[in-house]
Ligand binder design. Structure first.
Ligand SMILES: [Zn+2]
Length: 268
């Protein structure tokens, strides 16, 4: 009998408006999707992600503040301590720099990212980093690189989620020990640069993710995304790497267990 692949969607956002976690999960679950990480983009969303993880088997959560909301943090990040003893907290994130939208001041984005990187070191958790530049500019990558260089020197581990940079930047971050997350953008016809980057990422540093409800992959483009669509990401990554979708699922799930330091990956 053919074994069913067990995919890990390493990045999705769950909101109250999605309804009850169990109902949502039953609705979007496909047989090939086994594991999922709910990611918080602010304090409230991190609480919702924690609630999701508490109710769904084989799910975990991350807590952090997306760079878009960095300006809203007025009193530091001490409130995030409430998550630190939760068994299902496996990463700090998402955090990072977004100079494309620049919804928050760059200096504030950097300050908040730095605070969370310190917290990741203190709690001995990996960090999920969002990094997006203005078109044809490198400043967000340069700034993130400097911060993450120090972070990794201090023993920190990080993922660049939704990697959309060039092979040059992929290689620079790989040298710091980074894992790189690939979303549905990899399926977009115009995203040749991302497929070129995927080519240089070693198989043991690749993670697949949906970043749902955003970025639905082809053939679902334009519709709301959900973790079940991670299968389209895995298929495209497999095609680019010249491996089967089953192999891609097996490797990226193993990587996710290692990166998030989750025990108990079943042998298969
Ligand atoms: Zn995200």
């Amino acid at each position: 009998m053919k074994e069913i692949m067990k995919l890990f969607d390493t990045h999705f956002h769950f909101y109250d408006k999605n309804g009850e976690p169990e109902e949502y999960w039953n609705e979007i679950k496909i047989p090939e999707l086994e594991y999922v990480l709910a990611v918080g983009a602010d304090f409230e969303e991190s609480k919702v992600a924690r609630d999701f993880a508490s109710k769904i088997d084989n799910s975990w959560f991350a807590a952090g503040v997306h760079p878009h909301g960095a300006d809203e943090i007025k009193d530091g990040i001490a409130c995030f301590d409430e998550f630190k003893n939760d068994d299902k907290l496996v990463a700090i994130g998402e955090i990072g720099l977004d100079y494309f939208y620049e919804n928050s001041e760059r200096e504030t984005q950097k300050k908040i990212m730095e605070l969370f990187l310190e917290q990741a070191l203190k709690l001995n958790l990996p960090a999920i980093v969002h990094c997006r530049d203005q078109n044809d500019k490198d400043q967000a990558y340069l700034d993130a690189f400097e911060m993450l260089k120090d972070f990794s020197k201090d023993g920190g581990q990080f993922e660049l989620h939704c990697f959309a940079g060039t092979p040059f930047w992929a290689e620079n971050f790989l040298d710091l020990g980074a894992y790189l997350g690939v979303t549905g953008i990899v399926t977009f016809p115009a995203a040749k640069n991302i497929r070129d980057s995927v080519k240089v990422i070693p198989l043991d540093r690749l993670l697949v993710e949906t970043d749902s409800p955003y970025l639905a992959p082809v053939p679902h483009r334009g519709k709301p995304n959900n973790p079940g669509y991670v299968i389209e990401v895995a298929k495209k990554v497999a095609e680019v790497k010249g491996i089967t979708a089953d192999e891609c699922a097996k490797i990226t799930t193993k990587n996710a267990f290692e990166f998030f330091r989750i025990e108990g990956l079943p042998e298969c």
